[in-house]
Design a protein around this ligand. Structure first.
Ligand SMILES: Nc1ncnc2c1ncn2[C@@H]1O[C@H](COP(=O)(O)OP(=O)(O)OP(=O)(O)O)[C@@H](O)[C@H]1O
Length: 278
């Protein structure tokens, strides 16, 4: 079943069209990442799907409902982690989580959510005393406390230290394993690669590529660069399949202690894609 279905989505601010005919399908249970440079239209698209902004054109269905006219029952089925939130700073983390839990029919227990985002030690601290990364973790807690069927995460790990990011990735995998559909926007290519079943690259309001992280932009079929050192000189060859070349080097008893085989990273592919659509 489809969690998100979008056809020909359009949005302009004044006369400037920033979402220019987007088609998107996200299946139930899928983790889908939206990538794209600053100003590409990711947040605008996401906010339309969350029912926080009106579209100017096209069709959108989120959990089978038009987000432009959806009511509170629908809202209770989705979870949202916005880019920046700054309210209720005088409450403690636990009070805030409990408060937001009250909006949902079947919330997770506050302490379970606080544990899931790794904020146990800050449970009784006031929100305004949290560090940026801790604050962000609390935002994630608020997004998942209602057991959403669909979770929107807009740049969720900005400001996280590396350990907190890994912890967060585990949390996303846990939620995905429970069947939660997740739409994630991120600037971190490794994050998209680690979490997303599929991703789309947005540039200037249009989707310029879509697919699995491995296949994006022809990556899985891209050639390999084989490099090694021979008599102190760095040698490098680009080949469709490295096997015959490596066999040849072995047969010639070449020292292969420095051998590397590399293919374009997701970042290489991504930068090429958005460079071509400037
Ligand atoms: N409320 C608004 N009024 C006018 N223009 C806006 C508004 N919100 C966004 N824009 C413009 O729309 C374009 C797309 O913005 P959007 O926030 O959707 O991009 P984004 O891909 O999420 O970027 P980022 O990666 O920086 O978060 C930008 O040019 C931005 O300046």
């Amino acid at each position: 079943m489809t969690a998100i279905e979008v056809r020909g989505l359009r949005k302009a601010y004044k006369n400037h069209e920033v979402v220019r005919g987007i088609d998107l399908d996200v299946a139930r249970g899928e983790v889908f990442a939206l990538l794209g440079p600053n100003g590409a239209g990711k947040t605008t698209t996401t906010e339309i799907l969350e029912g926080h902004r009106f579209r100017d054109g096209g069709e959108a269905r989120v959990l089978g409902v038009d987000p432009g006219t959806a009511g509170t029952e629908w809202r209770a089925r989705i979870g949202i982690v916005l880019q920046d939130t700054d309210d209720a700073a005088d409450l403690t983390v636990r009070e805030m989580v409990q408060h937001v839990a009250g909006f949902y029919p079947k919330p997770r227990p506050a302490d379970e959510v606080i544990g899931l985002v790794g904020l146990e030690e800050k449970s009784r601290s006031r929100i305004r005393t949290l560090s940026g990364g801790q604050r962000r973790r609390m935002d994630v807690a608020l997004g998942i406390v209602g057991r959403p069927e669909l979770l929107f995460l807009d740049e969720p790990t900005t400001g996280f230290d590396p350990e907190a990011r890994r912890h967060f990735w585990d949390l996303i995998r846990t939620l995905a394993a429970e069947g939660t559909t997740i739409l994630l926007t991120t600037h971190y290519l490794d994050e998209a690669e680690a979490l997303a079943d599929r991703l789309a690259v947005l540039a200037a309001g249009r989707i310029v590529a879509e697919g699995t992280p491995a296949a994006l932009g022809g990556r899985s079929s891209a050639g390999a660069t084989v490099s090694w050192r021979e008599d102190g000189v760095l040698r490098s060859e680009e080949v469709p399949d490295p096997t015959p070349l490596i066999r040849k080097l072995v047969a010639a008893e070449t020292d292969l202690s420095t051998l590397t085989v590399s293919r374009p990273t997701l970042e290489d592919t991504y930068l090429n894609l958005i460079g071509a659509h400037r």
